[in-house]
Design a protein. Structure first.
Length: 267
């Protein structure tokens, strides 16, 4: 499994990936339950609060990082469907409530597929923002498909942070604000000694820590996404590899960039 492979390779991401693995079983069960008997979109918050949230809490308390475990414990007594409904409506939630809502509802929306949009409010799309055509959610990450030809680059897609759908996006546009001036679209690639910007020269024979990942940033809106190049690593699972990219997120923050959408773990 990709998460286990990356956990062994990147000890700094071990806590995050251990929690991801604990949640995976919970989310797979939720996905299967929705596929077998879909709840009405208007009932999703109550359904997930009763059927998924308790298992998410249990997995988090058992396997989550210490700070998150304690924060989740403090929510248990008052946990209900309000936070989940707020997440679907695009409300601003504190990090712990956002985590609980997303962990509980994302597999439900994924299972609903094209019907997910009927349960969600469109995300903020001002300044030319590009939103998921299925549910109106923001992009979590960008990935480049493997073309299968050495001289041809694969197309770029965005992965929705809310329902997990993918859609095509030009390589020469900022997914956050729609900027198309390539001079304002910065790319940072992480290497062993640290990230270097654009096409800067490498450092001797040092091997990249993340040869298939990079930061796709924009100086117009000061936001960024992690981008996964499937041509460089066909085994990559975009949503899992993005969780392990903590050094890239730290570097982006040092450069004054803000992630378009924090991932499930808040990074």
């Amino acid at each position: 499994m990709r998460a286990e492979e990356l956990r062994a390779r990147h000890p700094f991401a071990a806590e995050v990936l251990t929690l991801y693995l604990a949640l995976l079983e919970v989310q797979e069960e939720a996905w299967s339950a929705v596929c077998e008997s879909p709840p009405h979109p208007g009932e999703l918050p109550r359904w997930a609060a009763a059927r998924v949230l308790p298992a998410v809490v249990e997995a988090t308390v058992a396997e989550g990082p210490a700070a998150l475990r304690e924060a989740v414990r403090s929510r248990i007594a008052g946990a209900d469907h309000d936070g989940l409904a707020g997440w679907l409506a695009g409300a601003e939630l504190d990090p712990v409530d956002r985590y609980l809502a997303r962990a509980s509802l994302a597999p439900v929306l994924e299972a609903l597929g094209e019907r997910a949009g009927t349960a969600c409010a469109p995300g903020p799309g001002g300044d030319g923002g590009l939103l998921c055509p299925c549910c109106g959610g923001p992009p979590q990450l960008s990935y480049l498909a493997a073309s299968g030809e050495s001289l041809v680059s694969g197309g770029r897609s965005l992965l929705c942070a809310r329902c997990g759908s993918s859609w095509s996006c030009s390589r020469s546009v900022c997914p956050a604000c729609g900027e198309t001036d390539e001079a304002r679209l910065a790319v940072y690639a992480e290497r062993w000694e640290g990230p270097v910007s654009g096409n800067g020269k490498g450092h001797g024979d040092a091997r990249p820590v993340f040869p298939h990942l990079r930061i796709a940033g924009c100086s117009t809106c000061s936001r960024y996404l992690i981008e996964i190049d499937m041509e460089r690593d066909a085994r990559a699972v975009p949503e899992v590899d993005e969780l392990a990219a903590l050094p890239l997120d730290l570097y982006a923050a040092d450069e004054g960039l803000t992630k378009v959408t924090p991932n499930l773990m808040g990074f």
